[in-house]
Design a protein around this ligand. Structure first.
Ligand code: ZN
Ligand code: ZN
Length: 533
């Protein structure tokens, strides 16, 4: 979202999306920022509400187009630094720390960050003072009366703004379909206590690496129950480090073990925090679930907790992983609607949304952050609160909303949409999926490794076939080398991995991609095909 007054533009958040499975070969999806590029001389800053990927993930891509200062809270900037460092953009980026309650000025705007609660820590809403009045942007939030870090939702600030008058409220719509209140992060504590008390062997807990509240809770309970903690997975390790550095979590001396030390630690003394709640094929937990992780193994009687939401679209991959865990006779605990919950949402439910609306009493209400149906339902919910809300405006990405002394109205559209990017390079933009596929096919061609697997035995029946089209390997030995590589990948994979086509295809694709780019510097589309016989 961009806010413009005359020659000053500020951008709020810069997130990415992970592609659906249909976006074959594309790694991440970022917003089309052609409007900002056309107006680059007016863009003053990017202001971040919090550090989730859907709010900061597009920064490397945006900053390589627009080198403007980035404002965010301490914790948010720590995530941003990690990300920019990875993309070698850190040195050239101007990062500016903000603190809840301390206003700052950018061009014509004065911005007042307000502390809110969410599934991540150090999150803010933004009150943006403009010459026409205050815009209140909630960011992502829930109203958690008992956050684990005791940094409370600043309801008072919202109420104060309500008294002074707010031109427009822009509010998170994610959970508008849920009645009541979202439970506090503390509700998970009861479930975790139960699990720690009951677990006899090793305890694996998987959550998003950004779930600092959850990681902190697990670390505290591990300490209380005499278990050592091991972090497994790159994102988990770096996130825990940041949380500890910034004082969000204390890890007592001697509590932490390295993954290599797991082997020699008694099972009843271990608590493993492991990444991969969504069944991502290459994640630590997915690999542990099929015995292909170097250190983490799941054995009979171990307990595995999936402390996160099952994101729609990931059900298949998650349940496939859960099946592998069951097959190892592990106890698996995942969100099944029972109480106390093993996971709570970070977004406000209906009663919290109404609470904020009632406190703020905006002249204009604009639902943001959600699918169209959620925006529409949120608009309906607000429209029904006649005493609290003036006008409700339903807009979509790309719409221009214009305010002046007479009021607000939709005033045309700008280019907006998605841009697909291959990771590993921030410049390899894929203008459009079709174009990407065409370009891929025309320039680099396609490679189809075809593998025949016996469905019953899981055995590979014949030597893999490598079919290429529009791809010039350049060397005679290519096909043979590729075939051997696929055989090798299959050999080092377990029977279960071979029976799990999602996993085995991804392993083959990743290995071949590396091999081909090393051999030919080309990046053909690689589509493993598995024939069941
Ligand atoms: Zn968020
Ligand atoms: Zn979000």
């Amino acid at each position: 979202m961009a806010v413009r007054w005359g020659d000053d533009i500020i951008v709020i958040d810069a997130g990415l999306m992970f592609p659906e499975a249909e976006l074959l070969g594309v790694d991440i999806v970022v917003p089309d920022i052609s409007y900002l590029i056309e107006n680059r001389r007016y863009v003053r800053a990017i202001v971040l509400t919090h550090g989730h990927e859907d709010h900061i993930g597009a920064l490397p891509w945006m900053l390589s187009e627009l080198n403007v200062p980035v404002w965010g809270t301490e914790f948010t900037l720590a995530y941003v630094e990690d990300k920019l460092d990875e993309h070698e953009l850190l040195d050239q980026t101007d990062l500016r720390e903000i603190r809840p309650g301390e206003s700052f000025k950018i061009g014509a705007f004065t911005i007042h960050p307000i502390q809110v609660t969410h599934s991540l820590v150090d999150c803010v809403a933004l009150a943006i003072h403009t010459p026409l009045g205050v815009l209140l942007h909630t960011g992502d939030f829930k109203v958690d009366p008992t956050p684990t870090d005791n940094r409370l939702f600043d309801l008072h600030a919202f109420a104060e703004y309500g008294k002074e008058g707010v031109l427009a409220l822009l509010q998170d719509s994610t959970n508008v379909e849920r009645k009541g209140f979202t439970p506090s992060e503390r509700a998970v504590r009861r479930k975790f206590e139960e699990v720690f008390a009951r677990t006899e062997r090793r305890l694996f807990i998987s959550c998003f690496s950004s779930s600092i509240h959850r990681i902190k809770l697990a670390v505290e309970l591990a300490w209380e129950h005499g278990r050592n903690v091991v972090f497994v997975g790159r994102s988990m390790v770096s996130s825990a480090e940041i949380a500890e550095d910034l004082g969000y979590m204390e890890i007592p001396q001697g509590l932490l073990l390295s993954p290599g030390e797991m082997r020699n630690t008694p099972p009843e003394k271990l608590c493993v925090l492991i990444s991969g709640t969504q069944g991502e094929p290459m994640s630590a937990l997915s690999r542990a679930a099929v015995d292909s992780h170097k250190h983490a193994r799941i054995e009979k009687g171990d307990t595995v907790v999936l402390s996160s939401r099952i994101i729609p679209g990931n059900e298949k991959a998650i349940y496939r992983m859960v099946d592998h865990l069951f097959r190892r006779q592990a106890h698996v605990i995942y969100e099944d609607g029972s109480f106390p919950p093993v996971h709570v949402s970070g977004h406000a439910s209906q009663e919290e949304l109404k609470l904020i609306l009632n406190l703020v009493k905006p002249k204009y209400f604009i639902p943001i952050h959600g699918e169209y149906r959620q925006l529409a339902l949120h608009a309906e919910l607000a429209a029904a609160m006649r005493g609290a809300v003036g006008n409700v405006l339903l807009i979509e990405s790309g719409d221009i909303l214009e305010f002046d002394e007479l009021g607000a109205r939709k005033a045309g559209r700008v280019n907006a949409g998605r841009v697909c990017i291959d990771s590993g390079s921030r410049t390899d933009v894929v203008e459009d999926l079709v174009i990407k596929d065409r370009r891929h096919l025309s320039e680099d061609g396609i490679v189809l490794p075809i593998i025949a697997i016996n469905k019953l035995s899981g055995r590979v029946e014949t030597s893999p076939e490598i079919v290429t089209r529009g791809f010039e390997p350049g060397e005679d030995g290519f096909a043979e080398g590729a075939r051997q590589l696929v055989m090798q990948t299959l050999e080092v994979s377990s029977e279960e991995e071979k029976a799990d086509y999602g996993v085995i295809k991804e392993k083959i694709r990743a290995d071949l991609k590396r091999y081909i780019s090393r051999q030919t510097q080309k990046r053909p589309l690689i589509m493993p095909v598995i024939l069941e016989i």
